[in-house]
Design a protein around this ligand. Sequence first.
Ligand code: GTP
Ligand code: MG
Ligand code: NA
Length: 452
Amino acid sequence: SDSVQKELRSPICCIMGHVDTGKTKLLDCIRGTNVQEGEAGGITQQIGATYFPAENIRERTKELKADAKLNVPGLLVIDTPGHESFTNLRSRGSGLCEIAILVVDIMHGLEPQTIESLNLLKMRNTDFIVALNKVDRLYGWKTCRNAPIGKAMKLQSKDVQMEFNNRLTQVITQFKEQGLNTELYYKNKDRGETFNIVPTSAISGEGIPDMLLLLVQWTQKTMIERLTFSNEVECTVLEVKVVEGHGTTIDVVLVNGVLHEGDQIVGPIVTTIRALLTPHPMKELRVKGTYLHHKEIKAAQGIKITAQGLEHAIAGTSLYIVGPNDDLEDIKATAMEDMKSVMSRIDKSGEGVYVQASTLGSLEALLEFLKTPAVNIPVSGISIGPVHKKDVMKASVMLEKKKEYATILAFDVKVTQEARELADELGVTIFIADIIYHLFDQFKAYIDNLKE
Ligand code: GTP
Ligand code: MG
Ligand code: NA
């Protein structure tokens, strides 16, 4: 047998499921944060990442199993939106992870984006566990803060236990209808064939220890090859974002290898890493806060990179590092291939509105939403970041072609004073919202008004 202990990297885990099942709240519960309450409309509209060091997982699971072996350095968890508009972000998240948490609201059972998520996982053959969340909503539930689920369940009345079992059975049946066997994890004798269900509450924390331990134990047991640390850099761009004081930055997931300050990187652009930033452990990368600076960072980690020229980076593409023996032109060619496939999803027709968003991920989501048959708004131009005069100029081109399209749909971005003045002067209408479908409502009201 192998006497040399292999060095493992942290598993990457993606949390997915229907809107409002409690994905962000579950992470808040582990982090001790309040990210969810800061979200516009309480819905997640961006992909996020949080690093959980093993020592924190140890602390959180000691009541369940104090002597559990944790061979991985931690867990990197990717949060995704559940709203139907964000299929691309669910796809991006699930494409990166070794394991997923599929969150199901025990009061609702399987819902449309549960099934969509399930299909994404099946397509890539990605392993997952089910978090059957909001158990505290069972009528008469006795809170047992942060307790292992077995202990919490024993404390419940017969009625609560019965309601739990009924709802659990319904969910298992619904999974069966999707062609999947599932079972409560502590009753599951056929792990691997039958997917594990962990009951949880994101509000009072019951079952969180079980969920964490199961993720770590299952990945370090069944995915040793995949989790073995390698020096070969594997890195994906999650989001391209303008951050005050840093210019355009990229949020990346470093899946394997090591990144250094000063590394030459190739995406659609060739540039040099100026700063490698991470949030503090147990803090969300997508939330503005204080960043830690690093000279180098080892996988797996969620990282914010600052560098020149990042406005040309594209979310969803790989980032390549130019090593001492690498040919820059070869790497550029590979990066171009990646970019083409992403760009092809953004179609620019001749006539249409101008669309602007804070990140490429949300821009993609907005474009996807505008394309759906029920909405069907053509788009002629796109941009990321605050609305500037140049954007108003571009949108104003439609004044001569199709006046009602001389509009900017601005999602989660600021409009500069000059841009607003120019828009008033030229007759370009700017709609601003921080929830995607509110933009549609505003635009529709405007069109209906024009027709009258
Ligand atoms: P999206 O990211 O928008 O898809 O939603 P989400 O799955 O991240 O759900 P979120 O964390 O935003 O929670 C949605 C709502 O459910 C919030 O009002 C939460 O407070 C509530 N909630 C989440 N988890 C629980 C839970 O375990 N118990 C109870 N009672 N409420 C919960
Ligand atoms: Mg969320
Ligand atoms: Na939500």
